[in-house]
Design a protein around this ligand. Structure first.
Ligand code: PHE
Length: 338
């Protein structure tokens, strides 16, 4: 009887398998309800007393080895299975869902593209500004009534520190530390203390431009605007309406002819066919002087636009709040403009 167990021990030690099926057969053969080991345990009472100890020890050994063998073979087979997956380089990859660009980013890149093709570089500055860069240097001294045009968020109770209300503050910083000729765009987030509605938000994005050199004229401004509206809206039909900004003189509002072909055109142009897209003007000599530029030698123009407004027009988006809701169903719809 003891010899019988020894034969089994040798068999277990020598066993190897290639398929999971073979391992399972082996497991059932040894460890199953009707397997060798169950049978050998049943024989225990027939074993002569003087052999019981050795028989018991060997039988326990056999059981432990059979279990260990099954485990080891199962792990080995699993390992070689996953290895064969890794090795199959012709297997198609897992699909990775493509993300989409945010419509504000798409429009910003497009605007920057158009202006960079005529030599405008990028400049950036802080979102938390001081009074000088956001207002005073821009010809808006303390108590100037036009400060109310841009309701301001102040930081804590310090009236000198605020969230910038426009990216013109970046232009001031750039003029202070650079010599003309200057040709820059400043793009970024701006903040105004306005009630949130479908048409306006307290956080939005602007791109502003500045060009300073000798003999820059209003005609240069107009040609630049034409180049821009052609590039973005595909139209050169623009109109400059006299307007007011404290930092430019003269100032104008730029309208493009949008058309009056359908109901939507009527609604967004209020029945006129014209759409206001940006503000602009010749930089006020006071601003140049404030920023350390000789206003007798240099002149320049500036313009500024809201990117949300652009994106709403270009993609026909009715509610400005959609840009900030982060609803994936909205965000995944936008493809970059060519
Ligand atoms: N800074 C102005 C605004 O935020 C826009 C502007 C820029 C107008 C430059 C004229 C010239 O409303």
């Amino acid at each position: 009887m003891i010899d019988n167990i020894k034969v089994h021990l040798k068999e277990v030690a020598a066993f190897s398998a290639i398929t999971a099926e073979e391992v399972e057969q082996f497991r059932i053969g040894y460890l199953g309800k009707k397997g060798h080991i169950t049978k050998l345990f049943a024989e225990f009472r027939n074993v002569p007393n003087e052999q019981k100890k050795e028989y018991g020890q060997l039988l326990n050994q056999l059981k432990a080895q059979a279990l260990a063998k099954v485990n080891a073979l199962q792990i080995e087979l699993r390992g070689s299975q996953s290895q064969s997956i890794i090795e199959d380089i012709s297997r198609p990859g897992q699909p990775i869902p493509l993300g989409a660009r945010h419509p504000i980013s798409i429009v910003r890149e497009r605007v920057i593209d158009v202006f960079s093709s005529i030599g405008f570089g990028l400049s950036s500055g802080p979102e938390v500004e001081d009074d000088w860069h956001n207002f005073t240097a821009l010809n808006l001294p303390e108590h100037h009534p036009a400060r109310d045009m841009q309701d301001t968020f102040f930081v804590q109770t310090d009236p000198d520190i605020m969230l910038r209300t426009h990216t013109s503050s970046v232009q001031v910083r750039h003029m202070e530390s650079n010599e003309p000729p200057i040709r820059i765009l400043s793009a970024g987030r701006v903040f105004r203390n306005e009630a949130i509605s479908a048409r306006s938000h307290c956080v939005f994005h602007q791109v502003e431009g500045l060009y300073i050199d000798k003999d820059v004229s209003f005609a240069d401004l107009k040609q630049t605007l034409l180049y821009f509206t052609k590039g973005i809206f595909g139209t050169s039909e623009i109109r400059l309406r006299p307007s007011y900004f404290p930092f430019t003189e003269p100032s104008a509002e730029v309208d493009i002819y949008w058309g009056l072909e359908n109901e939507v055109d009527y609604r967004i142009t209020k029945g006129t066919g014209w759409l206001e897209i940006m503000g602009c003007g010749m930089v006020d000599p006071n601003v140049l002087t404030n920023c350390g530029i000789n206003a007798d030698v240099y002149s320049g123009f500036a313009f500024g636009m809201g990117l949300e407004r652009m994106a709403m027009l270009l993609y026909q988006i009715e509610d400005i709040r959609m840009f900030y809701d982060n609803d994936v169903r909205f965000l995944k719809q936008f493809i970059p403009m060519s």
